[in-house]
Structures are given as structure tokens and as C-alpha cells.
Design a protein around this ligand. Structure first.
Ligand code: HEM
Length: 437
């Protein structure tokens, strides 16, 4: 068993030890080269579709079309990865946690941790129940005015900036400020909070290279700083009784069910799960309206379409394109048996463009209402923060249609090259302010 993080980070890893113990964050089994060529005898179609290829990750849709034209199950020998891309197959696998589990991690690198997203069965139910009280309807109602205020502030800034990068002005700061507010971080601490959360959330992008290890060491140091910050806040007692995530969880765990450390892990989980994902959704939405003004006009004339337009953005943009699962029993998909111990790519992005599930899937239609999309996943791990993310995106779109008559690109957009999280990284836009009648 090898800890890929290595000795350089051992002391920092120890700070996080209740969640990720040395030896547990174990990637030794990650590269399963002996699986090369499985396609030959399982009936899977061998493919060179590589989600890790940066240009494919930035622009994956032609590759998805090819997967859909090919067989039901694909296998990439170079990456030792099975690929599910049809909506029904991805949904079925996400449901079947007995055979297709999250408990060995949901990325390419296997990991074991006491975190809701990488557990199944009773452990998962216990951890999910710990986080759920933070996202009740009452909590969300209490945050609505904060989110609306942030959306108004960001759109104001963008109108005034005229041609600036919307990623820097809107799509990155809005989710971060929203999470900071609901975690109870005061505005005066936002700059530190942003730096620590930017660095610590990169933990999810771990790659087993020398550079990856250095980046991971930085991430762990940032996580340690964030941990000190939250523990200080929890100690000084002002979060108690507040309508913040931690305040609500403190109230819920009156019997001391949650330790301060556990509360910190929940905070960092929400940062990792809720920031870049929402950034990607907002960026995808702005880019789509700049490219398809007819769809924007449709929403402007029918603002009641806003909630379903956001669902279509979730389908069309798929802020999380891919996550992995590992089989803990042989798993049958049609004629193909995926053997026990395999790494399986759940292609949310491809499933959301599945022509068997969605008519004309590569076209954005604001009034489509694609109820079965996998933007927030499906099954026991369905996104806990979905109502918050929807609230943020709907607030931005409402503010836009109120104030902005047209959105136009002033230069090329660039897209992230991360294989899991996809969204614009640079989006030079002009927001044309509506004439006041
Ligand atoms: C547009 C924004 C978002 C997208 C696209 C998104 C997507 C997802 C997806 C696909 C999953 C399922 C993971 C899996 O099956 O392994 C998930 C889980 C989760 N999400 Fe989100 N998410 C978003 C925003 C948020 C926000 C704002 C929060 C909280 C602040 C959040 C918290 C979580 C948590 C805690 C889980 C784990 C649930 C579990 O494992 O039971 N997400 N999200």
C-alpha cells in the first residue's frame, strides 16, 4: 500500500487524519494496467476516447456523439477504464450501489474516507443525515435575500465593466460569496477565505505526478489554515443560533453528535462540492445566451420559463462531466459484464446528450424542461446542494432578464481542461443594459 502523497505532506495529512488517514488515501490500485484489452472478450467496444485528454475535456461533445454511435459499453485500455454513456445505463449504475460503489472513491484515484460522497450503505446514510439539516427549506428561504443581493451586485458590476471577464466578475465570486455567507464568514475575511478555499479545493484535482504532489501539499496547507479559521470561529460561539450552515448543524447536534472537526469537514466538503460546480453552471449559462440570443429573448418574453431553463442549462452544460465508480461485484450492462474491481466512468456529460433520452440533444432549448437530466447526479448520492445551486442560477437569470437586453461575446471564450469539472475559464462579455421605458 503506497500513500501517493508521500512523506513531504505527512505532517499536513495528519491534520486531516480523521477524514483521510495515511494509507487510506491509497492510489496504489489506481492504474490497473492488467485490464488492457478487456474489450476483446467482454463484448465492450474498445475506445480511445480519453476524458483526461485536455482538448477533449475542454470540448467533449464530438467524442460523446461517437460514443453514442458506438456500443452500449466502452473500454479504454490506456486508462483501464470502462465507460457508461447512455442516460439509462448511468442511472441504473448510480442506483446499484451494491455492485457499483462510491466507497472506493469517485475519481480516478481510489480513496477511502469518512466523507458522504465517497461512502455507501449505512455509513453514507449516517453522513448524509449529518449534512441534510443545513439545507432545509427554512434554511434556503433564509438565504434567498443574500443570494438575490449578490446576483444584483454582480450584474451591476458586469454592466458597468462593459467587456470584462465574466468569470472573474460573476461566475467565480458569486458562489464563493454565497457559500461564505451561508457558512457565516464575515465580509472582512473573504480575501483569506477565498485564497484558502481556492487552494484547498484543488485537493480534488490530485494527479500522481511530482507537480501534483507539490500542488497537493499546498492544498493541504490551505486546508489546515481553513481548519484553524473555522475552529476559531466555532470556539468563539457566535455561530450558535445563526441561520448559517454551521449554526444549523450545531443546533441539530445539541447532544454533541458532531464534533468541531466534523463540522469543519462538512464546511470543506461544501466548498469543494458547491463552488466550481456552480461557477461552471453560471459560466455555461452566460456563454449559451451570448451564442443563442433567440433563447435569451424567449426567456425575456417568458420569465416564468426561468426554472426550467436552468434545468436545461444543467443538462446542456453538465458542470460535472464525469465521476467514477468501482465495481465490487461483476456488473452486467446488456451483453457486457464489467468485472469486479473495475474502474467505471459515469459520463454525466455524455448521458445528458444521449439522443435516446433527449431529442436533438446538442441543441439548447430554454423551454425543453429535461426532467431526467443527470446534472445533479442521481440515486442515493443526488446532490445535496441542488436547491442552493438552483437558487443562485435562478437569481442571476432573473436579474439578467430584468436589467440586460442582450449579452454578447467580445472575444473567444476558453474552457477548463479538467476531466470532471467543465466550464468557461475566460468569458469576455458585454451586458447591454435595457433601456429604461
Ligand atoms: C451547479 C452546481 C452543482 C452541481 C452541478 C452539482 C453536482 C453534483 C453531483 C453530480 C453530485 C453527485 C456525486 C456522485 O454521484 O458521486 C453531487 C453531490 C453532492 N453535492 Fe453537488 N452540485 C452542485 C452544487 C452543490 C452545492 C452548492 C453544494 C453545497 C453547498 C453541493 C453539495 C453536494 C454534496 C454534499 C454532495 C454529496 C451527496 C452525497 O454523496 O450523498 N453541491 N453534486
Amino acid at each position: 500500500m503506497v500513500n501517493l502523497l508521500g512523506r513531504a505532506t505527512d505532517s499536513v495529512t495528519a491534520l486531516l487524519s480523521p477524514v483521510i488517514t495515511a494509507g487510506q488515501l491509497n492510489a496504489a490500485a489506481a492504474i490497473r494496467t492488467h485490464r488492457r484489452g478487456y474489450g476483446g472478450w467482454t463484448g465492450a467496444v474498445n475506445t480511445d476516447y480519453d476524458p483526461l485528454n485536455p482538448s477533449t475535456a475542454a470540448h467533449p461533445h464530438a467524442a460523446y456523439d461517437a460514443l453514442h454511435r458506438g456500443g452500449r459499453v466502452h473500454y479504454n485500455p490506456k486508462r483501464a477504464t470502462w465507460i457508461l454513456h447512455r442516460l439509462d445505463d448511468v442511472r441504473a449504475a448510480l442506483r446499484d450501489t451494491d455492485r457499483v460503489t462510491s466507497s472506493q472513491g469517485v475519481t480516478r484515484v481510489r480513496m477511502v474516507a469518512d466523507l458522504v460522497v465517497v461512502t455507501d450503505d449505512d455509513q453514507h446514510s449516517r453522513l448524509r443525515k449529518q449534512v441534510q439539516p443545513a439545507f432545509t427549506k427554512g434554511a434556503l428561504d433564509g438565504w434567498r435575500s443574500i443570494i438575490d443581493g449578490l446576483a444584483a451586485e454582480m450584474i451591476d458590476g458586469m454592466i458597468a465593466a462593459n467587456g470584462d471577464d465574466a468569470v472573474q466578475r460573476v461566475t467565480v465570486p458569486l458562489p464563493l460569496r454565497a457559500i461564505a455567507a451561508i457558512l457565516g464568514v464575515p465580509d472582512s475575511d473573504i480575501a483569506d477565505f477565498r485564497r484558502w478555499s481556492d487552494d484547498s479545493t484543488q485537493l480534488i484535482n490530485f494527479t500522481p505526478t511530482p507537480r501534483g504532489v507539490v500542488n497537493t501539499a499546498r492544498s493541504l496547507r490551505a486546508a489546515a489554515a481553513l481548519r484553524r479559521y473555522f475552529l476559531r470561529h466555532l470556539e468563539d460561539g457566535h455561530l450558535k443560533g445563526s441561520n448559517t450552515v454551521l449554526g444549523r448543524l450545531l443546533a441539530y447536534s445539541t447532544s454533541g453528535a458532531l464534533t468541531d472537526n466534523q463540522l469543519f469537514y462538512i464546511a470543506i466538503l461544501l466548498l469543494i462540492a458547491g463552488n466550481e460546480t456552480t461557477t461552471n453552471l453560471l459560466g455555461g449559462m452566460l456563454h449559451t445566451y451570448a451564442r443563442h440570443p433567440d433563447q435569451y429573448d424567449m426567456i425575456r418574453s417568458n420569465p416564468e420559463l426561468i426554472p426550467q431553463a436552468i434545468e436545461e442549462h444543467l443538462r446542456y452544460t453538465s458542470p460535472i462531466q464525469n465521476l467514477y465508480r468501482y465495481t465490487r461485484a461483476d456488473y452486467q450492462v446488456g451483453e457486457v459484464t464489467i468485472p469486479t474491481g473495475s474502474r467505471v466512468l459515469m459520463s454525466f456529460g455524455a448521458a445528458n446528450r444521449d439522443p435516446l433520452a433527449f431529442d436533438d440533444p446538442n441543441t439548447f432549448r430554454a423551454d425543453r424542461n429535461p426532467r431526467s437530466h443527470l446534472g445533479f447526479g442521481y440515486g442515493p448520492h443526488l446532490c445535496l446542494g441542488a436547491p442552493l445551486a438552483r437558487m443562485e442560477a435562478q437569481a442571476v437569470l432573473r436579474e439578467l432578464v430584468d436589467r440586460v437586453s442582450r449579452i454578447s461575446l467580445t472575444g473567444p471564450a476558453t474552457w477548463s481542461t479538467n476531466s470532471s469539472l467543465r466550464g468557461p475559464t475566460h468569458l469576455p462579455l458585454v451586458f447591454h443594459e435595457k433601456a429604461i421605458s
